[in-house]
Design a protein around this ligand. Structure first.
Ligand code: FDA
Length: 311
């Protein structure tokens, strides 16, 4: 109950344009220590330094230039140019060539055709520089459009892209059939958005059972799947399925978010698994930060304590 109320509250804040603007204007200084636990910084140089440190510890990275739900084509254009610049900077800095993008950042909710053009622009540069581009999955209102865009680019032979699927959505197992048939690379996640019961399982047990069915299918039939979770039970299950079926450790990877469950990250590395850290950075950090707070009520208490301590 507390979980649902807390998730709802933070999702409401995440959607507030006023708070987003205020947060971007005032920067991560308030409350500095807390946002920085989840976000690598506001500037590209901070993000590159974070990636370098993660790589030095033997982990893989994917870099996300934070931003979503743009409302004008000019913003979408800027976001795609920012990604082109980011890829150049990553390549020059010797960072692993892997980025994560959100389609509403590239104009999905403004003009579908322009969003496809922007994605193609990013994928063209990615192809030239040998980058892999993961398309994040956003709230259920965007799932069909995101998968349609993915189908379009797949038909146009862009094979340097993959997409995320949310186990919490009732439709996702069907979507998984389709993506497995394409041989597309899937990142499996539970889902971070607040959704109505008509489209998503309201109960965590059902989400976990769906996640577990989907991870099994991906490991057995998928193409280099990414098992993206911090849930020790799901991780143990993936390890078990892989061991049971003799699936080598280079045929899949685990993924986790920057700043979350470093203990499990270290354990997976020590056991020789591939682990990619999703590193977000940028001035548009507010909605991402709110989703992380909503995932765990304890985070909200942590923020409250830090704010009081800063006074
Ligand atoms: P679960 O919520 O059951 O948490 C398991 C444990 O992890 C918790 O008990 C706690 O210890 C720890 N934990 C989880 N969240 C935490 C937090 N915020 N702070 C501290 N500890 C926490 N979502 C989405 O909708 N679209 C997307 O594209 C992506 N992309 C993505 C990429 C990667 C690499 C990851 C790991 C996750 C995403 N997500 C996402 C987020 C995902 O949908 C989900 O909300 C979070 O991963 C939390 O779910 P878990 O699977 O970790 O399980």
């Amino acid at each position: 109950m507390l979980d649902a109320v807390s998730k709802g509250f933070f999702h409401l804040l995440a959607r507030s344009r006023t708070l987003r603007k205020l947060a971007s204007r005032h920067g991560m200084a308030t409350p500095r220590s807390v946002a920085r636990r989840f976000i690598a910084g506001e500037e590209i140089d901070e993000a590159l330094a974070t990636c370098r440190a993660i790589q030095a510890r033997g982990m893989l990275v994917t870099l996300d230039h934070l931003g979503e739900s743009v409302t004008t084509l000019a913003e979408a254009d800027t976001a795609s140019r920012d990604y082109l610049q980011l890829m150049d900077r990553m390549a020059a800095a010797g960072i692993e060539r892997n980025i994560s993008i959100k389609l509403t950042q590239l104009g999905l909710d403004v003009d579908l055709g322009i969003a496809v053009d922007n994605v193609r622009r990013v994928l063209e540069a990615a192809r030239r520089l040998d980058f892999f581009v993961r398309i994040d999955m956003e709230s259920s209102a965007f799932v069909q459009r995101t998968l349609d865009v993915f189908d379009t680019i797949w038909q146009q032979e862009y094979r340097n892209a993959g997409v995320a699927l949310q186990a919490m959505l009732r439709r996702s197992e069907k979507d998984l059939d389709h993506l497995i048939a394409l041989r597309a690379r899937v990142r499996l996640i539970k889902g971070a958005y607040r959704e109505p019961g008509s489209v998503a399982y309201p109960n965590k047990g059902d989400v976990d059972r769906a996640y577990s069915r989907m991870l099994r299918r991906l490991l057995l039939e998928g193409n280099y799947p990414a098992i993206a979770t911090h849930d020790p039970a799901m991780i143990a299950e993936a390890r078990h399925v892989a061991a049971e079926h003799g699936i080598a450790r280079d045929r899949f990877e685990f993924q986790m978010l920057y700043g979350i469950r470093r203990d499990i990250q270290a354990a997976l590395l020590a056991d020789g698994y591939r682990l990619r850290i999703y590193v977000p950075y940028g001035r548009e950090w507010f909605p991402y930060f709110m989703r992380r707070l909503g995932e765990r009520p304890a985070n909200a208490l942590f923020v409250a304590r830090s704010v009081l301590a800063e006074r």
